[in-house]
Write a protein that binds this ligand. Structure first.
Ligand SMILES: C[S@@+](CC[C@H](N)C(=O)[O-])C[C@H]1O[C@@H](n2cnc3c(N)ncnc32)[C@H](O)[C@@H]1O
Length: 260
């Protein structure tokens, strides 16, 4: 089986926040805020925090906001957020923090990059205090409920996502195996977008470096996908018909509590 390509986030750090320019994703941050409030969180860690977008949205709650990421350049961007974030370069599968040191540990759109997901969950269990909570936020290409037009036009992208994303069921099972209790999965956001005809070429998520799915493609594979989209538009225009490019993605949050 071929190796899953790893994306070097240093290469795309300066462009990463373009994904938040049109969609600040308040719904996901409301879910994180509610969970943080539920455990009265004063020390919060985001593993794979990237540019610190989500931590920054928790600023009203506490100044104990910790971010960990592999990528020095993503952390450099996180340092520009208005919240005073405590940032560390390191690996989510070997958290450089003491036992029982956080009330709340979470990751957003990152677990599929961690490689050894079970070690991350075990490390989260170690570093969360009794009564604290771990939350894993993201989409699940295994659910079969989602549709993303990118999967239709770029060969191999869905197959790669199915290999690197653990399913929600697997995440739940691993949380239970590591000792978390009261494990729950909730829908925290439904992302729905439709682009008509040429407008799709302005979709910020269609840029080569906007998502790991497209950034890890070779230049030729990326050009081929864009070529298929342009052909579909040209075909529709020649028939004087419309063509729509839709995304309908369900973002879920799976969380569990460390027993007291
Ligand atoms: C898609 S980005 C998500 C960033 C942020 N959570 C967000 O939602 O905007 C994934 C992040 O995970 C980081 N990452 C990947 N593997 C990692 C690991 N093993 N340990 C820590 N961070 C990692 C990447 O450097 C990148 O910043």
């Amino acid at each position: 089986m071929s190796k899953i390509p790893r994306l070097d986030y240093d290469q795309i750090a300066s462009e990463y926040n373009q994904r938040y320019s049109s969609d600040p994703s308040q719904e996901r941050s409301r879910a994180l805020l509610a969970l943080a409030e539920r455990v009265k969180a004063q020390r919060i860690l985001e593993a794979g925090c990237g540019t610190g977008h989500w931590l920054n949205l928790l600023d009203s709650l506490t100044n104990g906001l910790y971010g960990l990421d592999f990528s020095a350049k993503m952390l450099h961007e996180a340092g520009k957020q208005s919240a005073q974030l405590k940032l560390t370069q390191g690996s989510a599968i070997r958290l450089p923090y003491c036992d029982n040191s956080f009330d709340f540990v979470y990751c957003v759109d990152a677990i599929h990059h961690f490689g050894d997901v079970q070690s991350f969950i075990a490390e989260s269990f170690r570093t969360v205090r009794p009564g604290g909570v771990l939350a894993v936020v993201g989409s699940d290409p295994h659910s079969g409920d989602d549709h993303w037009y990118v999967y239709d036009y770029f060969d191999g992208v869905l197959a790669m996502d199915l290999r690197r994303f653990p399913s929600r069921r697997t995440i739940q099972d691993w949380l239970a195996e590591e000792g978390f209790q009261d494990i729950t999965t909730e829908v925290v956001e439904q992302i729905r977008d439709v682009y008509h005809g040429r407008d799709v070429l302005n979709d910020p998520f269609l840029k080569k470096n906007a998502t790991s799915q497209l950034a890890t493609l070779s230049d030729d594979a990326y050009k081929s996908g864009i070529g298929k989209i342009k052909s579909a538009i040209a075909d529709a225009e020649s028939r004087k018909e419309g063509v729509a490019f839709s995304s309908d993605l369900c973002v879920k949050m799976t969380f569990g509590f460390k027993p007291v």
